[in-house]
Design a protein. Structure first.
Length: 315
């Protein structure tokens, strides 16, 4: 006889990493600055309103910093190396944001811009900080992943979320490899046309061609999505007795992570073929259907794993 108990969320064992939280607060303020800029500044850079890109980066950094600080606080014992690398992430992020916002103020592009010596220097600086940010995130991810946080389902949601996030960050390196078709611009996020094609509302992702920002964004935010999915399962457990089984929750986490990774691979493949997200061809739709089928089968297997065993539910 197995006894099911209502799971609980892990509690912080240390204060939130201060530099990361300060960085999140600064970026929250920059979001406001960017939104005001979009309202009062009618300049257009690379086909979109000048303040659109820095605002998106600021929003992304807010979520990224808070999530990383929260995950680090859950470790049962602090890690000096992880803490120092988190500070390195903040320094790299500050430099990157300074270049992005500074170039907008100057009225020119920040990414891939080599039109002048000064612009090229800024782009090389930004490219270097991106590499540093990736490597520092990898060190923090390894430190967090080596520790069991909460039960095994929550632990693996964090580990797999961090792994997919690193892949998403790495996919950003596909953009400098693209031909821009514009003198002095050494890279592009659009595949099949120069940057500046018509974009989707809110995201700005291309509606006419492939866009490598999609897999970069989707992969990078697994850091939030998968641990939040695990937390949702815990929150629902008091109402859904089946979710009180750690075996069921672990199966759902593995299924969700595999599905997330498969979708990341699909949108990367779609973008590299120069195909816009909202206009998939039959091949893309077939692959998407296969992914959905796999997720459904995985959910069924996860639920079935708890069947056939007599259980006593305790509050």
């Amino acid at each position: 006889m197995s006894v099911l108990t209502v799971p609980s969320l892990p509690r912080p064992n240390a204060p939130l990493h201060r530099p990361l939280m300060y960085f999140a607060a600064v970026n929250a303020a920059l979001v406001v600055v960017g939104l005001i800029g979009m309202l009062v500044d009618d300049r257009v850079i690379a086909g979109s309103t000048a303040w659109f890109k820095p605002t998106k980066f600021a929003i992304s950094f807010v979520f990224y910093s808070v999530a990383l600080a929260w995950l680090m606080s859950l470790r049962p014992s602090p890690s000096r190396l992880a803490s120092r690398m988190a500070t390195v992430i903040v320094v790299a992020g500050v430099i990157e944001q300074a270049v992005i916002f500074g170039q907008v103020i100057r009225g020119t592009r920040s990414h891939y811009n080599t039109t002048t010596t000064f612009d090229a220097m800024l782009w090389v600086t930004m490219g270097s900080t991106i590499v540093v940010l990736f490597l520092a995130t990898m060190v923090v991810a390894v430190a967090v992943a080596r520790t069991r946080i909460g039960d095994i389902a929550i632990t693996w949601s964090i580990r797999l979320g961090l792994l997919i996030t690193l892949v998403g960050l790495g996919l950003g390196q596909l953009m400098p490899m693209q031909e821009s078709g514009i003198d002095g611009i050494a890279g592009a996020h659009t595949v099949g046309a120069p940057d500046g094609t018509p974009g989707m509302p809110l995201t700005g992702w291309s509606t006419t061609d492939g866009d490598l920002r999609i897999p970069h964004f989707f992969g990078m935010h697994a850091l939030q999505a998968l641990p939040l999915f695990a937390a949702l399962l815990v929150v629902l457990a008091p109402r859904i007795p089946l979710l009180r089984s750690v075996r069921v929750r672990l199966g759902l986490i593995i299924t969700g992570s595999a599905g997330y990774a498969a979708i990341l691979a699909l949108v990367t493949w779609q973008a590299l073929r120069g195909q816009p997200l909202i206009h998939p061809d039959q091949t893309t739709l077939t692959a998407a259907a296969a992914i959905v089928t796999g997720i459904v089968v995985g959910v069924m297997i996860s639920v079935a794993s708890a069947a056939g065993t007599r259980k006593v539910v305790t509050a």
